[in-house]
Design a binder for this molecule. Structure first.
Ligand code: ADP
Ligand code: ZN
Length: 765
């Protein structure tokens, strides 16, 4: 018998390849990077394991090199990657490329060592003052260094000591010889966050509810999942911090903290830095490839043991992971849009099982999936039902925009409102956008020196350009969505592919004049506000104002320093912001996302309204929320307005039974795209029949094929798109069907035809 190593190449191929070890009797540990001959080239791959084969069966090729001393992928992470490959129907090589820094899957060279720096570590502690005086009698400089180290957790870089205290190598060497300090080498982590202010570590004790949550999570069984359902402002972050602190009391333990997007959650990141200082590596999406590799390396070498980052931080090269926190677990940004189309929350659960870690999923508005899992007993539910410090949830009023053009009527807390009587058309453009009570509330806050947040989940100046006569809407020539009218510079822009063009004064179809002021975007609201409230200090936060690396943080810093009266923005202002000065939240149009052709439209709307409302009144001052809508009876609005998560999920879960949608059924979206529309439709049709036949022949009773149909967005970047849905009551059966389909269904190699499988999709657009 011969021993061969199974290798996943970093290529988009479903199959693996076997090679002989580099030398006879040489062991190649699973997870090691290997260099192998492949089609007359050398390729990098990762060893998955070894197996015995009969001698002389084939002429096996040999592994050329094993570049690193240790496996690049630890055993738990390797098992997790294999799960991702099978669940999301992605080749293992594609998963490895997502999990490892790009340098490690593209080059055959050994993992480069990176920059190192010298660190001076306190080695001998001198408790008695007399001993100190005696030791440092003739070396006052050593005493200065010693006391500096004492005051700084026992560590400092040699460079910092040189800079701050002016001590050179001679002094440090002498101290090392006396056994007072020792020198270590450490990787340099280029951490852009390190230069930004961190929050001081607040000195408060957990509340009773927080303490109960901390205790339960700390005692949870390895591999188990806790859903921490805490209303906005209930202090979920302190629970995460305390759970981490307890787990990390063991010096070999490590932890991963996932946040939806680093730029939007600077406060959460700052709190982790304040508590754990340079044990934290922040994995920012704006890191360069080199910076990412640095971060990967310091984690792998255990120089930092807490990884804080967005989605891909779930691949942090840590071992002995004890805790994985997924903050705002309901956020759609945890799902990756390209292959491998993994959901970081679900990957976290699988990785924790392999690591023996506990998972904490935190949210004020948990996803229906997680809620359902808790109801079915798969997750443990822990609730924080109240705001900390006796704070109350804000009062909410609904304004019905129907009937008269002008929003006018306000009703208290969540009451149903009849459509107000027809009023003469409102000529005041400001009033068409912001009702009287919201305007008054804004003025009141300014007079009291308090702050307001205004949400409009649509950027640009006006939504679209429409013909006054035939109603034709200016649409993108590449994507089937309307173009958004922007000011400064004035032009039409596609929000999917970036196409832009001049504003045309005459309709392209019937030559009648076009009208602009349809729909509403953040830019227009900013201008109207500026005219109406000239003394207001307004900050606008949307994709257009946040292109710079620190743009988000700069805007939020200004709000935090009280230099902004009104923060106006899209959904990015609804995330976990915590500003005690904000006492008013206004939602300009609650219905923006409600009519999207997607089964999650109501869930997303509810989450957005509940989250943005939760930004108001987070300190001793009471908060108030005003929601403008044309759908005041919709359960997404009524439940958000009454802070009633439980009624919302009960209703929404019932709605997902017939027709069945997740979490009541397992779903996959198969998208067929290409340059030729007829061909795309044809392939979609044959894919559907192929799957239908498979289901019938194998008698897969629980599986249903739905479609094909054009995707709601029928064209993106010049590619036509059709899709079909696969629903299954059994996840494993769905995995097998998808795998079989991905491997066997033949896509004609013409006109860039492509088939992609999106398992557990977060959007069907
Ligand atoms: P959320 O549950 O919305 O994520 P946070 O974790 O941001 O809430 O906490 C809300 C606010 O309450 C923060 O300003 C935090 O510093 C404060 N806070 C949290 N726990 C306590 C506590 N035990 N005592 C006093 N203040 C607290
Ligand atoms: Zn486009």
């Amino acid at each position: 018998m011969l021993r061969v190593v199974d290798v996943a190449l970093a290529l988009p191929l479903f199959r693996t390849f076997s090679y002989l070890p580099p030398g006879d009797g040489v062991e190649v540990a699973p997870g090691s990077r290997v260099v192998v001959p492949f089609r007359n080239r050398r390729e990098v791959g990762v060893a998955l394991g070894t197996r015995e084969v009969p001698e002389g069966e084939r002429a096996w090729k040999r592994i050329v090199a094993v570049p690193d001393p240790d496996p690049a992928v630890g055993p738990a992470l390797l098992a997790t990657a294999q799960w991702i490959s099978s669940h999301y129907v992605a080749p293992m090589g594609v998963v490895l490329r997502a999990a490892l820094p790009v340098q490690l899957t593209s080059a055959a060279a050994p993992t480069p060592a990176g920059k190192r720096q010298r660190v001076v570590v306190l080695h001998r502690h001198l408790d008695s003052l007399m001993e100190r005086d005696a030791l440092f009698k003739r070396s006052p400089k050593q005493r200065v260094v010693y006391e500096h180290l004492e005051a700084n957790n026992g560590r400092a870089t040699a460079a910092a000591l040189q800079e701050r205290l002016g001590v050179g190598d001679g002094v440090l060497r002498a101290m090392a010889e006396r056994g007072l300090v020792r020198m270590e080498q450490e990787g340099v982590l280029r951490d852009p966050f390190a230069t930004r202010a961190t929050e001081p570590r607040a000195a408060y004790l957990p509340t009773e509810a927080q303490q109960a949550a901390i205790d339960r999570i700390s005692q949870a069984a390895p591999g188990s999942v806790t859903l921490l359902h805490g209303v906005t402002g209930s202090g979920k972050t302190l629970v995460y911090l305390e759970v981490l602190r307890r787990a990390l009391a063991d010096p070999t333990a490590t932890a991963i903290v996932l946040v939806p997007e680093i730029a939007l959650t600077p406060q959460t990141v700052a709190r982790f830095r304040a508590w754990f200082g340079d044990e934290v590596a922040v994995l920012h999406s704006a890191l360069s490839d080199g910076e990412r590799l640095d971060a990967w390396r310091v984690l792998q070498r255990r120089e930092r043991r807490i990884a804080v980052g967005a989605r891909s931080a779930i691949f942090a090269p840590l071992s002995n992971v004890r805790v994985i926190v997924v903050d705002e677990e309901h956020e759609a940004s945890y799902k990756q849009a390209e292959a491998p189309r993994y959901h970081a929350r679900d990957v976290a659960i699988v990785r924790a099982r392999h690591e023996g870690a506990v998972v904490v999923l935190g949210s004020a508005t948990p996803s229906l999936e997680s809620w359902h899992n808790a109801q079915e007993g798969r997750h443990t539910l822990v609730s924080l039902p109240d705001r900390v410090g006796g704070g109350v949830l804000p009062s909410v009023a609904v304004v019905d925009l129907r009937g008269p053009r002008a929003p006018s009527a306000e009703v208290p807390d969540g009451a149903r409102v009849p459509a107000p009587p027809q009023a003469p058309e409102e000529r005041d453009p400001f009033r068409r956008v912001i009702c009287q009570s919201l305007e008054e509330a804004l003025r009141e806050r300014m007079a009291r020196g308090e702050q307001s947040i205004l949400l409009l989940n649509r950027r640009g100046y006006a939504s679209f350009l429409q013909c006054a006569s035939c109603g034709e809407v200016a649409a993108c020539p590449n994507c089937s969505i309307s173009l958004t009218l922007h000011r400064a510079p004035e032009r039409l822009t596609c929000h999917y592919c970036g196409h832009h063009e001049e504003v045309h004064e005459a309709c392209r179809r019937c030559r009648a004049p076009t009208v602009r002021h349809k729909g509403l975007g953040t830019q227009q609201v900013e201008r109207l506000l500026g005219e109406r409230l000239p003394t207001a200090r307004i900050a606008r936060m949307d994709l257009d104002t946040t292109s710079g690396k620190w743009a988000h943080a700069d805007i939020l810093d200004r709000v935090g320093r009280g230099e902004v009266d009104i923060l106006l923005g899209t959904q990015m202002i609804a995330k976990g912001l915590d500003f005690p000065g904000v006492t008013l939240v206004g939602v300009i149009d609650a219905d923006v996302g409600m009519n999207l052709p997607d089964f999650r439209a109501a869930e997303r709307t509810f989450q957005l309204l509940a989250q943005v409302a939760g930004r108001a009144g987070r300190s001793v001052k009471a908060g108030h929320v005003i929601v403008q809508t044309r759908m005041p009876e919709h359960h997404a609005v009524t439940c958000a307005v009454t802070h009633d998560y439980h009624s919302f999920v009960a209703r929404e879960l019932a709605d997902r039974r017939a027709p069945a949608y997740p979490p009541m059924v397992r779903l996959a979206n198969v998208v067929i795209s290409g340059l030729d529309e007829a061909e795309v439709a044809e392939v979609a049709q044959s894919a559907a029949s192929w799957l239908q036949r498979l289901v019938e022949n194998r008698q897969l009773a629980g599986v249903r094929v739905i479609g094909p149909a054009p995707s709601p967005i029928t064209r993106i970047k010049s590619r036509y798109r059709w899709h079909l849905l696969l629903k299954s009551s059994d996840g494993r059966v769905l995995t097998n069907v998808l795998r079989f389909f991905a491997e066997r269904f033949e896509v004609p190699a013409r006109h860039e035809l492509r088939v992609s499988v999106d398992r557990d999709p977060v959007t069907l657009l």
